[in-house]
Design a protein around this ligand. Structure first.
Ligand code: 1GP
Length: 248
């Protein structure tokens, strides 16, 4: 897909459907020979874009990105764990700063290292305030980033961080319970953050059913991300149910 602006496309999705559905592909889990079929099914299911990446990569991102890009017209948006997780074979990158943490490397260090590559690869950077929320278990992102998640019973803390992200000029906020979280981001926290910002709000981590996805949209999420649930049961039907539930 040639897109002049992926962020513009994402705003159009919100206008059209109220909320959008993003399928996360973890390159470590995705089998290269199944990538093309998977991309076609994701598109056919009604999902709005593909996120590609993860907190820790042990496999090469490049061949999977090439196959995905050749197989779908949906935007491929990189979801990097650090500045090494980049490839030119994508449309955009969530240019995230882990604003809930106080680790300077994930606040600005990796971003500085990534900037010249993003320019060279001609990727569209989407500045995103990324916030880690306590999800009932320790997740890879918590361990890898060495940061403390925001307690789940503190929506005000999440709200002020999100407002700061907006004031800093970020284009999206991502509330992340962590991949494979036992508990997704609580509804009252989503509502609080939604009430504080005008920029789109992404919610992910531990969302395992279309009903829960719809509940998070009703709480105020503009985009829902799922990863694990489709890795465990990669069925077209389930994908479609998620897309339909998110689009209402
Ligand atoms: C992780 O939010 C995403 O970064 C998706 O989480 O794998 O738990 O769906 P799950």
């Amino acid at each position: 897909m040639t897109l002049s602006s992926v962020i513009k496309y994402l705003h159009e999705i919100i206008e059209k459907h109220k909320a959008g559905y993003l399928v996360l592909i973890d390159p470590d889990v995705c089998e290269i020979e199944k990538c093309a079929k998977l991309a076609c099914e994701i598109e056919r299911s009604g999902a709005d874009a593909i996120l590609l990446g993860g907190s820790l990569l042990t496999k090469d991102l490049q061949p999977i990105a090439i196959d995905l890009k050749a197989s779908t017209s949906l935007p491929i948006i990189l979801f990097p764990g650090d500045s090494m997780h980049l490839t030119p074979h994508a449309d955009a990158v969530l240019y995230m700063s882990l604003i809930s943490g106080r680790n300077p490397n994930y606040l600005i260090g990796e971003q500085v290292k990534a900037a010249p590559l993003i320019q060279q690869y001609n990727l569209e950077p989407i500045p995103t305030g990324y916030m880690l929320i306590e999800g009932g278990n320790r997740t890879t992102v918590e361990f890898m980033s060495g940061t403390v998640p925001i307690p789940r019973n503190k929506p005000d803390i999440a709200g002020t961080h999100a407002l700061a992200a907006q004031y800093l000029g970020m284009k999206m906020v991502y509330l992340e319970a962590g991949s494979g979280a036992e508990l997704p981001v609580p509804d009252d926290m989503i509502s609080k953050v939604n009430s504080q910002i005008e920029i789109p709000l992404i919610v992910g981590g531990g969302i395992r059913s279309p009903e829960i996805a719809a509940q998070k949209v009703n709480a105020g999420a503009d985009f829902i991300v799922t990863g694990n649930v489709l890795e465990e049961n990669c069925s077209y039907e389930l994908m479609k149910q998620f897309a339909d539930a998110v689009h209402g």
